[in-house]
Design a protein around this ligand. Sequence first.
Ligand code: FES
Ligand SMILES: [Fe+2]
Length: 403
Amino acid sequence: MFKEYQPTNEAGSDVHGKVSRTDMLAPWTYRSEELTVLELEALFLSDWLLAGHASEIPNSGDYTTFNIGGERAVLIRDEAGRIGAFHNVCRHRGSRVVSADRGHCRRTMVCPFHGWTYHLDGRLKQIPSPGTFDQLEIASNGLIPVELEVWHGFLFIRFRPGGQSLAARLAAVEEKVAHYRLSELRPLGSRRVVELPYNWKLIHDVDNEGYHVPSAHPSLHSLYGKDYRDSLMGDVPISTARVDEDVSSFWSVDHYKKLLPSFDHLPQSEQRVWFYFAVFPNLVFVLYPEMVEFYMTVPVSAGKSLMIGQCFGLQDDRRETRAARYLNQRINEQTAREDENLVLWLQESFATSVYPRDNLSTLEFGVPYFHRQLKMKLPVLGLEMAPRADHLSALTQKMLNGA
Ligand code: FES
Ligand SMILES: [Fe+2]
């Protein structure tokens, strides 16, 4: 049976209440298309979403985009070097204003449909045949802004503005991340986007606990299994893993351990640590000594998700650093392959009549903790049986209003 577990923060104080098996979501929550639409609205569009890093758009006119749940945003650097985020929706009739995922606009953004032209800071500059419009005001028809917060160089957007800043949300890890000089990072290669045949929550359910590492990820276990720990820093779920110096039978792991150099920007305590922290609902940052990585999920439908990831690094041309980055990716690719079947089999178990939810280790507290966070934001997720699809939306409103 599941032992109730009191997650502690780094200081060891019990501030989060117990998590228990009753926090675990019911199987229907992974299969409902109607629920996925609600999740997109309540969990994704109303929360901070990582859209990129400032270093990906270094020059004025450079832009990147981020689309989710029907919304689409463009993040662009203006002539003064400031980054702005806007709905990528032309104020005329709604065309995309920039058409590529990433690119560069020379001085202005020109809508490909009828040629409305916007300054790089989003203001409408001019339109063709202005005399054919009845009282169209140029000044009030700029692109509509999307809320933007730049957190250590990472660009976060929130489609439904308002609420806690990301800096406040992540205050507990601030001191820890300060060493990593995140705002100076540069991309190491391009973004990886893979479509996976799973519900987005399942990917986190497998990822959110380290109990499976010794059996499912032997190479990762031989990298840091002796000193791995999941916990909370404030409200932020974290994992810390110290790379040991033992000989490993896995080629990539053994060479990584031997070649990993030391890094002047890190204190001694972080020299051989892999530090993971989660940003609810869909994002994980991993701070390695030699680079930084993020991965996140984006729901496509109830049974399909995008997994998006990218690596960044500080300028460091040492051969050992390049080797460590390469070996790190080999280890992580192997780990991802090993997780694929686990997620699939977990998903399959929801369709059986005997899906188990009672037997959880305290080492798996990250799973019910995630589920409890989900239910706090979207209470219908706590229902044991699927409500009628046409009741879901009204029921959500009722529950959010406390009725
Ligand atoms: S829709 Fe953009 S100019 Fe017409
Ligand atoms: Fe895993």
